[in-house]
Write a protein that binds this ligand. Structure first.
Ligand code: C2E
Ligand code: MG
Ligand code: MG
Ligand code: MG
Length: 281
C-alpha cells in the first residue's frame, strides 16, 4: 500500500530530509543503548557565592560520550530523549548520580553542599504520584536531607495546565526538595507562580548576562529581577557569567550566586573535587 501511495505523496521527501530522518533514527537507536552501555556522564558546574567566593553548590549537566561521534551536546539529544520518553530513565539516572556525588561532597567539602538537577516537563508528566516520596526515602537511606538536591525547571512547567504536573511539583516541594526556575525571563513569567509554588532560586538567563556592561537595558532587567526575587524571599543565581565585569556588576546589584565560564565550565566529578580543594586553600 505504501508503495502504491508513495510516488506522488512523498515526492517532496528530498534526499536531505531523508538523510536527516535517518540520522535521527540512528540517534534514537543509539540513545536507547547509551544508558545500558554506560555512555552517559554527569558533569558538574560550580555555582559561586558572589559575596564570599565560596562554592557550596553545583549544577549537574549530562554529557553523552558517543562511541563514534565523541561528546554529544545535551541540546542535541535531550529533545529526542523527551520525544521518545527515554528522558524519564535518563533523568532518574542523573538524579541518582547527583545524589551519590552530593553525599561525597557533603562529607569532604561542606555539610550544606547542594547539587541542582534539570528536570524537563516530560519527566513531570510521566512521574508516578509517589515519585517524590520514593526519592525522599532513597535520600534518607543515604543519610541525605531533602534540601541536598535542587530541581531546576523552566517557567513552562509552572504554566502547564496538566493538573498532574502541578501536583507532582508540589509533592516534590512538600518533600523538601528545593526548586529553581531555570532560564528565568525567557518564558512567560507569570510572577504569581513564584509565590504559589514557593520557589527557592531564580536563575537569570544567560541572554541577560551576556551584554551586561554594554547594554544598559540588560543591567536594568537584572537589577529588577534581583530586587523582586529578594522581596519574595528567593535567592538569585546568574547564569553564563564569562567576564569579571559581568561578575562585578552582578555582585554590586546584590546577586547571590553566579555560574559561568569565568569560574569554570561543567567538569567531571573528580575535577570538581580538586577545584573545591584548591578553592579552599
Ligand atoms: P541549562 O540548565 O540552562 O544549563 C546551562 C547551560 O549553559 C549548560 O549547557 C552550561 O554548560 C552552559 N553554560 C554555563 N556557563 C556558561 C557560560 O559562561 N557561557 C556559555 N555560553 N554557556 C555556559 P549544557 O551543559 O550544554 O546544557 C544545555 C541544556 O541542556 C541545559 O541548560 C538543560 O536545559 C539541558 N540539560 C543538561 N543536562 C540535563 C539533564 O540531566 N536533564 C535534563 N532534563 N536537561 C538537561
Ligand atoms: Mg539548568
Ligand atoms: Mg539555564
Ligand atoms: Mg522558598
Amino acid at each position: 500500500v505504501a508503495k502504491h501511495l508513495g510516488r506522488n505523496r512523498f515526492s517532496y521527501f528530498t534526499p536531505v530530509l531523508q538523510e536527516n530522518a535517518q540520522k535521527r533514527m540512528r540517534l534514537v537507536n543509539d540513545l536507547r543503548d547509551a544508558l545500558a552501555s554506560e555512555q552517559f556522564r554527569v558533569y558538574y558546574q560550580p555555582i559561586v557565592e558572589l559575596a564570599t567566593g565560596d562554592i557550596h553548590k553545583a549544577e549537574a549537566l549530562i554529557r553523552w560520550m558517543h562511541p563514534r561521534r565523541g561528546m554529544v551536546n545535551p541540546a542535541e539529544f535531550i529533545p529526542l530523549a523527551e520525544e521518545t520518553g527515554l528522558i524519564v530513565e535518563i533523568g532518574d539516572w542523573v538524579l541518582r548520580q547527583a545524589m551519590h556525588q552530593v553525599k561525597r561532597l557533603q562529607a569532604s567539602h561542606h555539610r550544606g553542599f547542594q547539587i541542582s538537577v534539570n528536570k524537563s516537563p516530560v519527566q513531570f508528566h510521566n512521574d508516578n504520584p509517589l515519585k517524590a516520596a520514593e526519592w525522599l526515602s532513597e535520600m534518607r537511606q543515604n543519610g541525605l536531607q531533602a534540601s541536598s538536591l535542587v530541581v531546576e525547571i523552566t517557567e513552562g512547567v509552572l504554566l502547564d495546565d496538566n493538573g498532574n504536573v502541578k501536583d507532582r511539583l508540589l509533592a516534590s516541594r512538600d518533600a523538601g526538595i528545593q526548586l529553581a526556575i531555570d532560564d528565568f525571563g525567557t518564558g512567560y513569567s507569570s510572577l504569581a507562580y513564584l509565590k504559589k509554588f514557593d520557589i527557592d532560586y531564580l536563575k537569570i538567563d544567560q541572554s541577560f548576562v551576556n551584554n551586561l556592561g554594554t547594554q544598559s537595558d540588560d543591567m536594568a532587567l537584572c537589577e529588577a529581577i534581583i530586587v523582586m526575587a529578594h522581596k519574595l524571599g528567593l535567592k538569585v543565581i546568574a547564569e553564563g557569567v564569562e567576564t569579571e565585569q559581568q561578575r562585578d556588576l552582578l555582585k554590586r546589584a546584590g546577586c547571590d550566586y553566579a555560574q559561568g565560564f569565568l569560574f569554570s565550565r561543567a567538569i567531571p566529578a573528580e575535577e570538581l573535587e580538586a577545584l573545591l580543594l584548591q578553592n579552599r586553600a
